[in-house]
Ligand binder design. Structure first.
Ligand code: DAH
Length: 341
């Protein structure tokens, strides 16, 4: 084994200095201090630069050795700085996140729980009441044919009753052939065309009329339609059903009455009122014995079957039950209004 040349003292000194720099790097606790340490060691008057200057002073045989040692020292300091910098950055980021964290539960407070809109509440209670009386819930489209909305209900073109409905027509097909349904009565026709009697249905839903909104009217409102078709159904069955409904929905203290009226789709026709426990009367809706022409339009033989129908607005229930005196308030989605129900 050839004798190794002695390690020049400049290298052992450098090693020692590098070791102390590395341990200082490991102790640094913030990036600003690390920046300072970096310029102190790698900067112009740092130990690497002075070691490099010293290369010129050693003998040519040692020069290569010293050069490599300086290069290695530089690399290991740079590496230690980079590692420490990354470690500190992670910690500082975590600290910053922690300090910037917002406790949103404190800002919002206890979240409040919403509830069903008062109109939907009334709608669902009505469905429940009628289901309890043996009815089924039926549906029909908002966009209707003029035939289902009028003709089939014994309101042919030119019939004066058409004027009572301020209809909104839809630009579809023949002019005047498509309408936003003005009432839920066309669901009677659709149900009869779809199913054989006996029929016991209620059809709650949205209806549309060319009306200016005021405290008691909206151009979009809600009705509930009822239809019964069975054998030997007459006016007494209608009166009894209205009375049972009145008691079941409003309470035992309420009663109902029928007053003669006119509707093209029923004969005879009536208006039905309910009486509150304080004796006052409230007009609720229309009803009657289904006109033979309507049964025929629904594909049902009026010689074999007969029926009754009724229809009333649901929106008014908000004012009746909850004392809402401007119906527009119910549909502006003002949370201060809705929270009361
Ligand atoms: N469709 C009528 C309206 O909107 C209400 C109505 C009256 C419905 C009598 C009926 C009925 O089923 O028999 O004014």
């Amino acid at each position: 084994m050839p004798d190794l040349p002695p390690v020049p003292s400049i290298i052992t000194d450098l090693d020692q200095n590098v070791q102390s720099v590395l341990s200082r790097i490991a102790d640094v606790s913030d990036t600003a201090a690390l920046d300072a340490l970096e310029s102190e060691t790698l900067g112009k008057s740092g130990l690497i630069v002075s070691a490099r200057k010293a290369i010129g002073e050693v003998s040519p045989t040692e020069r290569k050795l010293v050069g490599m040692a300086v290069q290695e020292s530089r690399t290991s300091i740079e590496q230690a700085l980079a590692d420490r910098r990354q470690f500190l950055a992670q910690g500082e980021r975590a600290l910053r996140l922690q300090s910037e964290r917002m406790d949103l539960t404190e800002v919002i407070g206890t979240p409040s729980v919403g509830h069903i809109h008062p109109l939907t509440q009334a709608w669902e209670e009505l469905e429940d009441t009628f289901i309890g009386m043996g009815f089924r819930v039926a549906e029909g489209p908002h966009v209707e044919t003029d035939w289902h909305n009028f003709d089939a209900l014994n309101i042919p073109k030119g019939h004066p009753a058409r004027d009572a409905f301020d209809s909104l027509y839809v630009n579809n097909g023949e002019p005047g052939s498509t309408v936003l349904r003005t009432h839920t009565s066309p669901v009677q026709i659709r149900t009869m065309l779809e199913q054989e009697p006996p029929i016991y249905i209620v059809a709650p839903g949205r209806v549309f009329r060319r009306d200016t909104a005021d405290a008691t009217h909206l151009p979009v409102f809600h009705q509930l339609e009822g239809l019964v078709v069975d054998r030997n159904i007459g006016l007494a069955d209608l009166a009894g059903t209205i009375e049972s409904f009145t008691k079941a929905f409003f309470g035992e203290g309420f009663t109902s009455r029928l007053r003669p009226n006119y509707f093209p789709f029923t004969e005879p026709s009536a208006e039905f009122d309910i009486q509150r426990p304080d004796g006052s009367w409230l007009e609720l809706g229309g009803c009657g014995v289904v006109h033979p022409n309507v049964l025929k339009a629904g594909g049902i033989d009026p010689e074999e079957w007969s029926g009754f129908a009724f229809g009333f607005g649901i929106d008014r229930f908000l004012s009746i039950k909850n004392g809402v005196d401007d119906i527009r308030d119910a549909f502006t989605n003002d949370i201060r209004f809705l929270q009361q129900f």
